[in-house]
Design a protein around this ligand. Structure first.
Ligand code: UD1
Ligand code: MG
Length: 423
């Protein structure tokens, strides 16, 4: 794959020991999506044309997570010798490239494209060999600190483990959002050593190195604390999730959705919701889910991937839906499960009615026609079709392939047509 500038390099080869996980750290999910995916989106949104992800630990997991990203290519860091070394392994891929490289870490899922685009822009205007975005953080624990001289000029980055107690008090930190000019960065990386607390090649030594080489390095405090939260532990993962969730909800509220109790609602970043829809407390909208306008969801609704609610659908308490489409005006108010179902317009799903879609090895589809009435506690064993305006009596069990005709009423176990009353 050809390289086109500006380039982004995303470091993601580390195991993330502090996560205590078999999974690569950057694949842990925030609001339903792996962290690395957000960083790739942010780099692309900032204008990066070629994105190189540095992989190492559990690289197969990363290849498969990013297989559908057309502008991503991989560089392999076989041994995790530090962030400076991680950037260095991109050199063969970038041998012929001259220009800016946005360097990011894969464990900062809250990065947004706009400030990164700004960094690229400023690096070009300043003609700097390195432009470093920094942030001021109330609790800087875990970050490298930015050292400046009395006149406020950037001196160097000190990793927390290598900080004196005075340096630890500095609140301006290194979020690992850099723009480096290539190829001069390669020269600087060749010169950095490993005399630090971790015995690693630190990328954080590169800016100081470039200055000793007589190159221009600028550190600008332009990033927000919320954008640069680095996830190193499960606690950080929960914090990042909470901030991302607030962003997602803020977006939908701006679009006209009522969220009655934001703290007790979870909405996946891939869901879409129409205006005037009301989300009641304790609802989980997980994964790619489409909700139309004027719907009512919850309390305690669980909408799983592939759920599509047309306008004016009501889904109430303890209703779970997966891979199913409900047309306009349909109501499932209490205690139902609908899986692999296509439900028409103005259908009433009675309390506790369910589709039995799984036969122990395979999932099967259920179709329910417009205006059907599904009685309380009815079970529809898939594959099965319920006709238009058909009625299922309370507790009816419609067995597989025993399709119910349009307008028919069936009752009992197994369900059979209700005989018309004699007159
Ligand atoms: C790093 C920075 C620190 C900064 C912080 C911001 C260094 C030395 N320190 O620290 O100044 O404040 O990020 O979040 O750069 N990685 C590799 N290969 C390696 C080592 C790491 O690809 O050999 C990747 C990891 O997968 C991770 C990223 O680089 O995605 C950062 O590594 P991490 O161990 O989280 O560094 P921090 O301690 O957070
Ligand atoms: Mg980190």
């Amino acid at each position: 794959m050809a390289i086109e500038g500006p380039v982004a390099i995303i470091l993601a080869a580390g195991q993330g020991k502090r996560m205590k996980s078999d999974k690569a750290k950057v694949l842990h999910e925030v609001c339903g999506r792996p962290m690395i995916q957000y960083v790739v989106d942010a780099a692309r949104g900032a204008g990066a044309k070629s994105i190189i992800v540095v992989v190492g630990y559990a690289s197969e997991q990363l290849y498969s997570a990013l297989q559908n990203e057309p502008d991503v290519q991989f560089a392999t860091q076989t041994e995790q010798l530090g962030t400076g070394h991680a950037v260095k392994v991109c050199r063969p891929l970038l041998a012929d490239y001259q220009g800016p490289a946005l360097v990011l870490v894969g464990d900062e899922p809250l990065l947004r494209p706009e400030p990164l685009a700004d960094l690229l822009d400023r690096q070009a205007r300043e003609a700097a060999a390195c432009l470093l975005g920094t942030a001021e953080i109330a609790d800087p624990k875990g970050f490298g600190r930015i050292l400046r001289d009395a006149a406020g000029r950037f001196l160097r980055i000190v990793e927390e483990r290598d900080c004196t107690s005075e340096e630890k008090a500095i609140r301006e930190v290194n979020p690992s959002c850099y723009v480096f000019e290539l190829p001069v960065l390669w020269e600087a990386l060749d010169q950095i050593g490993t005399s630090n607390a971790q015995g690693e090649y630190y990328l954080t030594d590169a800016p100081e190195r470039l200055m000793t080489m007589g190159r221009k390095v600028v550190a600008l405090n332009v990033l927000q604390a919320d954008d640069v939260l680095g996830v190193n532990t499960r606690q950080h993962l929960a914090q990042a999730g909470a901030i991302m969730q607030a962003r997602i909800q803020d977006h939908w509220m701006t679009e006209g959705v009522t969220i009655v109790d934001p703290r007790n609602t979870h909405i996946d970043g891939r869901a879409t919701i129409g205006p005037d829809t009301i989300i009641l407390p304790f609802s989980v909208i997980g994964g790619p889910v489409t909700i139309g306008a004027n719907c009512r969801v919850g309390p305690f609704a669980h909408l799983r991937p592939g759920t599509e609610l047309a306008d004016g659908v009501e889904v109430g308490a303890f209703v779970e839906i997966a891979r199913s489409k409900l047309e306009g005006g349909t109501v499932a108010r209490h205690l139902s499960y609908l899986g692999d179902a296509e439900v028409g317009r103005n259908v009433n799903i009675g309390c506790g009615a369910i589709t039995a879609n799984f036969d122990g090895s395979r999932k099967h589809a259920t179709r329910i026609g417009d205006d059907a009435r599904i009685g309380a506690g009815a079970v529809m064993v898939a594959p099965v079709e319920i006709g238009r305006a058909a009625v299922l009596g309370a507790g009816a069990v419609v067995t597989r392939r025993s399709d119910v005709a349009d307008g028919a009423t069936v009752v009992g176990v197994p369900a059979r047509p209700l005989k018309p009353p004699r007159d």
